[in-house]
Design a binder for this molecule. Structure first.
Ligand code: ADP
Ligand code: MG
Length: 606
């Protein structure tokens, strides 16, 4: 694994938990299940939960356990509802690498990791999150077109993180005309851009009012997953709470009190419907139809152009992807073909005079109108290496071929780079959002969702140094999260591990607030982020269709947004696209459903 080879971490590679984390991949369920378990097993009581937390161990799914505020009979009914609803509606994941089926050549599926009931969520903050989808869509599009900004922002990162460096290099060649000449990226530059983003938030106490407000954890611009499964979980939770309203009242009201401090008499409480499975296909169809219209001839006859889903070999979060594929067919008559990056390189060719990409299908040649990435967001998705000049890095060559084509990419390299943690940190600097967003209200709304973000690169200022001092001199490690430029969960540093990484890579000279902070170049790819503390409430978590345990939990809300823009920056589509709630036990630091930390849930608005 690349991360263990980094000199920066050389002092830490012997740590068992790091060795484990090196194998964590992404929001897909790929890889041997034994490696997907968090170092803190959810089968045990939360690591930092107090003894009074009603955390109940239930490693064997033993239904005799009790959950506060839910009777054993109701619990049994809920589990039956959840598992049968999951089977009836595809709330499922493949049960292991290669399908995990005991019958060779077949696939088997199990209930996705879900929380049995929805979690209380303040309606006003949910609505704030949904209203930010449009402004964030626009922000990503604007950033993606600002080459100097992307280069400057990632200057420190590219020297230490080969993966982000490669994305940037390809962006420079295709979109900025560097090194390869103007012709190299001409079809990509005039192609449409498609964004399916997901902005993730945690509730955090507002020091001014004492209430909870949303703060952005991160903005995902590539492979933002779980739109399909999460829509289903919201429908399940809506069914349960409507069907068993009386039986669930004390559970739901207990959580409402825990989150908002009161129980309101609002008659409108409940789980909202997620429009994700109409919104995502609709956005893809906008890009698809525009491609067909523009490239006259595409779409004529029986061999329609296709949407290529770029997927990981051995992916197990396939149902979430298939739900989108089936919706594209049902609603828009658009065919999908799944390919890995290596298959793309092997099968797809580009017409150098038109930029049109095609490959041999079962019966005829098929043209690619839209590319949708559910892979490619992590270095592990490029196992053949970085050396494209030598022709060996087949996955990068595949990515480059798709990027150069005339089809719409979801995301294009600019959108991908606009979603890095380094950009997130840079946006928090005064005036940076405002550089991209003219509308003062939108810029202020975006900015109000930012948590404290600090650079550890050569551009670190006195504020950033203050945060480092806070961790190293004042025992402030509990107030921050240390993040590298990685996606997919399982990569961040908390507590003691953060202190170890920072102290091995910082030199402090002098005392207290006056101490001079010198940061090693290796820290350039990291950002330091204010730690968020969402309100805790009771949850019952289900894994493999069995109750895994119950206890105090925290949740993270994700809001999808979809955007289509043309080569010149004209935005032709910009919409909110549904939501996702992920719930995990309070003592678990990391997030991510696929990486085994969290479960899919939904908000009970109150
Ligand atoms: P990734 O791109 O790997 O998913 P994230 O930034 O989303 O990285 O972090 C992974 C998880 O770590 C989040 O889902 C969340 O559970 C937790 N996390 C991240 N940032 C914070 C924060 N500032 N405060 C508290 N928890 C955080
Ligand atoms: Mg994330």
């Amino acid at each position: 694994m690349r991360r263990t080879r980094r000199p920066l971490l050389s002092t830490l590679v012997a740590s068992a938990s790091l060795a484990f984390r090196a194998h964590q991949t992404a929001e897909s369920f790929s890889g041997p299940p034994s490696l997907k378990r968090p170092s803190v097993s959810l089968l045990r009581a939360p690591r930092t939960g107090s003894r009074s937390d009603p955390a109940l161990a239930s490693s064997d799914g033993d239904m005799t356990e009790s959950v506060p505020n839910v009777s054993p009979g109701t619990l049994a009914t809920l589990v039956e509802y959840a598992t049968s609803f999951s089977a009836a509606n595809g709330l499922q994941v493949e049960s292991g690498s290669g399908g995990g089926s005991s019958v060779p050549g077949t696939r088997s599926y199990v209930t996705a990791p879900i929380s049995l009931l929805p979690q209380a969520y303040p309606r006003d903050q949910f609505e704030r999150a949904t209203s930010l989808a449009g402004p964030f869509n626009l922000l990503v599009d604007r950033i993606s077109r600002d080459g100097p900004f992307l280069k400057e922002t990632h200057e420190d990162v590219r020297g230490v993180d080969e993966y982000t460096g490669k994305l940037l290099e390809m962006y420079e060649e295709v979109y900025l005309g560097e090194r390869r000449g103007d012709g190299w990226g001409r079809f990509a530059r005039s192609a449409d851009r498609l964004g399916i983003q997901r902005s993730d938030y945690m509730l955090h106490e507002d020091s001014a009012t004492g209430g909870h407000v949303i703060k952005q954890v991160e903005l995902n611009t590539i492979a933002s997953s779980f739109a399909g499964l999460a829509s289903g979980v919201a429908r399940l939770h809506s069914f349960e709470t409507e069907r068993l309203g009386d039986e669930l009242r004390s559970f739901l009201e207990g959580n409402e009190r825990a989150v908002t401090g009161k129980v309101s008499d609002d008659g409108d409480k409940g789980v909202p419907a997620s429009p994700a499975m109409t919104a995502l296909p609709a956005a893809i169809s906008v890009a698809y139809d525009r491609y067909v219209e523009r490239h006259a001839g595409a779409g004529a006859g029986s061999s329609k152009p296709v949407v290529v889903f770029v997927v990981q070999p051995g992916e197990t979060n396939t149902v979430d992807q298939r739900l989108l594929e089936f919706a594209l067919h049902d609603r828009h008559g658009i065919p999908v073909v799944r390919m890995s990056l290596a298959e793309v390189q092997e099968r797809v060719t580009m017409d150098e005079s038109t930029g049109r990409l095609s490959f041999d299908g079962e019966a005829s040649r098929r043209e690619i109108a839209v590319v949708y990435y559910r892979a490619g967001y992590a270095p592990t998705d490029y196992p053949s290496g970085y050396d494209t000049a030598g022709g060996t890095g087949v996955e990068w060559l595949g990515r480059e071929k798709l990027e150069r084509g005339a089809c719409a990419k979801c995301p294009c390299l600019g959108y991908h780079l606009a979603g890095t943690k380094k950009v997130q940190q840079e946006l928090a600097r005064p005036g940076v959002v405002e550089r991209f967003i003219d509308d003062g209200d939108d810029a202020a709304a975006i900015r109000s969702a930012f948590a404290g973000l600090y650079s550890l690169g050569a551009d670190a200022n006195e504020d950033d140094a203050g945060a480092v001092r806070d961790v190293l001199l004042r025992g402030g490690e509990g107030r921050y999260v240390l993040k590298p430029q990685r996606e997919g969960g399982g990569n961040n540093y908390y507590g003691r591990e953060m202190v170890d990484v920072l102290s091995a890579n910082c030199t402090l000279t002098g005392d207290g607030d006056d101490a001079a902070v010198e940061l090693s170049a290796g820290l350039g790819e990291f950002i330091l982020m204010e730690r968020l503390f969402p309100p805790q409430q009771l949850a019952v978590l289900l894994r493999n269709g069995r109750v895994e345990g119950s206890g105090m939990s925290i949740s993270e809300l994700g809001c999808f947004g979809t955007v289509v823009a043309d080569g010149e920056g004209g935005v032709v589509h910009n919409e909110y696209g549904g939501f996702l709630l992920r719930t995990k036990f309070s003592g678990v630091d990391e997030g991510g459903v696929a990486s085994g930390f969290a479960t899919l849930s939904s908000p009970y608005l109150c």
